[in-house]
Design a protein around this ligand. Structure first.
Ligand SMILES: *Cc1c(COP(=O)(O)O)cnc(C)c1O
Length: 409
């Protein structure tokens, strides 16, 4: 496919760069693996039988297409723009992660890999990977920081039920960043039989491109559904951002539709200021190198990576996918932040008005919809990505609201 030179589909270039972001900052020993992966992915990408397999599993195993839902009562309540939700929380395993995992595991099988490794923070990507590995009878090893293992016990148990081995990572502060480092080390050591399944649009090239392509099913469906339901494209699309995969998945098919406003919502935690109690890499960080690519990061004056903070464990990543950094610099997309308190309020309103318990991550996107919608005309269409369900978050929410769960009244 060829695109005009001002198209947003001309990236990444052959070095995996999105403008000055992205690339491949890896040790020499990893280079041959990365090049082989890129070659195999490019082959799969243009192989119709690969996409036929994907389509079959998306339909019968994941439950795609996910519905496009008009949130009628929230629209009435806010009294402005028309609000639609892309219902990716209805996917098998409860979020968008499985869209991408399925693609990477099918690729691993094509490459003859017999062992799958992954890293996980909140555990959602670990659960999705363990799920698809069980489906294909592949051994699955998930690296997880010790800090995350103790605060995400239900997901650790889920992974074990699904037959995965969860390896607690004690280095650093025992969070996602450290788990990613250990997974990379494992990959270097077990090159021959192992495939590293990354959970967001980060890592060295080709991962940001590959994960984006697998998640783009969200935006492709959304576009078609909006045309069917409204006869036109939405005016504004909005998604929450941890590493940025659900957002990239929704945004990508709309990048050259210049009339569509694109908004990414980062986790503002306790507020984006110099206390650094947030995870807003674009609105509160600066460019540097982490996990094999150059992008915006949370860092101190000496370039030390900072941990970040958010009520939502899934948004708790100190970086952001390089393509978002590029969309930010080229101003094709706008990036904003939403605080824990704003996300919590949106979470409650969504339960109350729509009968949908959202995950805390998309609650951030929804909170921004709440800010925008009342000031927009009734014929303005907003489409937000409801990328995960909130079952995993009810304990966090109860605690934040000061509610004791076990009551008899
Ligand atoms: C993992 C996760 C996120 C954050 O990851 P992205 O790569 O930014 O999409 C957001 N929402 C849910 C429900 C998640 O599970």
């Amino acid at each position: 496919m060829s695109h005009p030179s001002n198209s947003y589909y001309t990236v990444p270039d052959e070095k995996g760069c999105f403008g000055e972001f992205g690339g491949r900052f890896v040790p020499e020993t990893l280079m041959p693996l990365i090049l082989k992966l890129e070659e195999e992915y490019q082959k799969a990408k243009t192989d119709q039988s690969f996409w036929e397999q994907m389509d079959y599993l998306w339909k019968h195993y994941v439950g795609r297409p996910s519905p496009m839902y008009f949130a009628e009562r929230l629209t009435q309540h806010l009294g402005g723009a028309k609000i639609y939700m892309k219902r990716d929380e209805l996917n098998h395993t409860g979020a968008h992660k499985i869209n991408n995992v399925l693609g990477q595991i099918l690729l691993a099988r094509r490459m003859g890999k017999t062992r799958i490794i992954a890293e996980t923070g909140a555990g959602q990507h670990g659960v999705a990977t363990a799920t698809v590995c069980a489906r294909f009878g592949l051994p699955c090893i998930v690296y997880m920081g010790t800090h995350d293992v103790s605060r995400q016990a239900p997901n650790v148990f889920r992974m074990k039920l699904l037959g995965a081995e969860v390896v607690p990572v004690t280095s650093g502060r025992g969070t996602l960043k450290d788990a990613m480092n250990d997974a990379l080390r494992d990959w270097v050591t077990n090159v021959d039989n192992t495939f590293y399944c990354i959970g967001t649009v980060a890592g060295p090239h080709p991962y940001p491109e590959m994960v984006r392509d697998f998640q783009s099913i969200i935006g492709k469906e959304a576009k078609q559904q909006m045309l069917e339901m409204e006869g036109r494209l939405p005016d504004t699309i909005i998604a929450s951002i941890g590493g940025g995969s659900n957002a990239m998945g929704l945004f990508y098919p709309f990048l050259d539709d210049r009339d569509v406003n694109i908004i990414g919502v980062e986790a503002g935690g306790k507020g984006v200021d110099d206390r650094m109690q947030h995870c807003a890499s674009l609105t509160g960080g600066r460019a540097g190198v982490l996990h094999g690519n150059r992008t915006y990061l949370l860092q101190d004056d000496d370039g030390q990576i900072l941990e970040g903070f958010s009520i939502s464990a899934g948004l708790d990543y100190p970086g952001i996918g390089p393509e978002h950094s590029w969309l930010h610099e080229t101003k094709r997309a706008e990036y904003v932040s939403i605080t824990d308190q704003e996300a919590l309020a949106a979470f409650q309103k969504c339960c109350e008005f729509e009968g949908i318990i959202p995950a805390l991550e998309p609650s951030h996107a929804l909170a921004h919809v709440f800010k925008l919608a009342p000031n927009l005309p009734a014929d303005h269409i907003i489409c937000m990505n409801m990328c995960g369900r909130g079952d995993k978050d009810i304990f966090t929410v109860a605690q934040a609201l000061g509610i004791t769960m076990a009551t008899t009244d």
